[in-house]
Design a binder for this molecule. Structure first.
Ligand code: NAD
Ligand code: GLY
Length: 370
């Protein structure tokens, strides 16, 4: 029995699944057996990881799989790291690895890594033989609090982020918080952007908790991190259970993301990390909300200050072209009828969907926010 274990569930009827958060879970054989009962049904498992994570953690996962069932045929497929590899080309390479393994419909994919690997491996699992099981084993803070939960999978195109993808829920999420010890500082900071997003979009009490615990979190205090991850997963699990396919409430999870995705695309994938782009995007959304009279400047300042205390950027990189950003924003998945649909807010904890936002106000904000 793992004393640090926190267990949650995403309630989706027959497709419900557990989220296990705790120290040492990658080598916890009993826990793995319990979480993956009925998931690893066939004889084939493909572990997908990247060049930074695989050397650190793949052996543990392979060992646990072997102990789970010594007859399993497993393979490890390792990709280069980074957003630039979240592509159709990488997905095709995973399909080839599944073919080499002779993976059948009862095969399982394990995504071992950050959000790039989770989105990619999940997308490959969604497509292979029209959908096979997959398990998320997130190893970044960002993936633990956000991307491993909720079933959004996909790849980027040069024209825009996440433009190709599928909703395909994992069958289990196993987050070993010990893996955060090896995460580079910049990647840890990027994860805080998605953490702060939860407070900003719908939970003022959590925002205040983050304000009080920002230093402990950055110092990787294990108790604070575990509490933070569990809180974010619980908030996301609730939203996904109520609105799996983003017909309404789930769109709020994209607070800062329309700006953020445009920044990632225009600045070149990987130059600005996803979390960094979301941090700038949330500031832009807050400032635009104030410009449109929806919120007070004091709320923008609170958000700006917390992001800055967590070492995150809050303004658009010099030399970024406002019109190029606007063009990228027009390809966002939330848009409807050729009009821009953004997530704006009324203040901390009160995000809402704004329809047909005036492009001239957005452009003015993009020019002002440098
Ligand atoms: P990432 O997957 O690129 O990982 C960040 C870097 O850290 C990589 O270099 C990786 O190799 C390295 N790394 C990962 N874990 C490590 C560890 N424990 N020790 C040492 N190095 C480690 O980036 P990310 O921030 O995890 O994910 C960003 C992606 O997630 C973006 O593509 C974004 O669009 C996506 N995302 C998806 C969702 C969703 O709902 N599906 C939500 C949010 C973000
Ligand atoms: N990260 C946004 C979502 O899962 O909906």
């Amino acid at each position: 029995m793992n004393s640090t274990l926190r267990e949650l569930r995403v309630e989706l009827g027959a497709r419900s699944y557990p989220i296990r958060i705790g120290a040492g879970l990658l080598s916890d054989i009993d826990g793995f057996d319990a979480a993956t009962r009925d998931v690893i049904r066939g004889g084939h498992v493909l572990i997908v990881s990247d060049e930074h994570v695989a050397p650190l953690y793949a052996a543990s996962v392979q060992y646990v799989l072997h102990r789970h069932d010594a007859h399993l045929k497993t393979a490890l497929f390792t990709l280069p790291a980074g957003e630039a590899h979240k592509s159709l080309d990488s997905a095709a390479k995973i399909f080839a690895a599944l073919a080499d393994l002779q993976a059948s419909r009862d095969a399982c994919v394990i995504a071992l890594g950050g959000g790039v690997i989770g989105d990619l491996a999940g997308f490959a699992a969604a497509c292979w033989m029209r959908g096979i099981a997959f398990i998320q084993m997130p190893t970044t803070l960002l993936a633990m609090v956000d991307s491993s939960v909720g079933g959004k999978t996909g790849v980027d195109l040069p024209q825009g982020k996440n433009l190709i993808g599928a909703f395909h829920q994992p069958r289990a999420v196993i987050a070993d918080t010990d893996t955060l010890a090896t995460l580079p500082e910049r990647e840890l900071r990027a994860g805080f952007a998605e953490v702060i997003k939860y407070g900003a979009l719908g939970n003022a009490a959590f925002f205040a908790w983050l304000d009080s615990n920002a230093e402990a979190l950055q110092a990787r205090d294990s108790g604070a991190l575990a509490e933070c991850i569990a809180h974010c997963c619980a908030q996301k699990a609730g939203i996904v259970a109520r609105d799996e396919n983003e017909r309404g409430e789930r769109a709020l999870l994209n607070f800062g993301h329309t700006f953020g995705h445009a920044l990632e695309t225009v600045c070149g994938y990987g130059n600005l990390l996803h979390g960094e782009a979301v941090a700038i995007g949330m500031c832009l959304a807050a400032r635009l909300s104030a410009r449109l009279g929806m919120s007070a400047a004091a709320d923008t300042a609170r958000l700006h200050d917390l992001l800055a205390r967590c070492g995150l950027p809050t303004s658009i990189p010099d030399g970024t072209n406002a019109d190029a950003l606007l063009a990228a924003m027009r390809l966002d998945k939330k848009n409807a009828g050729g009009r821009l649909r953004l997530i704006l807010w009324r203040g901390v904890g009160r995000a809402e969907i704004a329809e047909a936002v005036d492009e001239s106000a957005i452009r003015a904000e993009l020019i002002a926010a440098r």
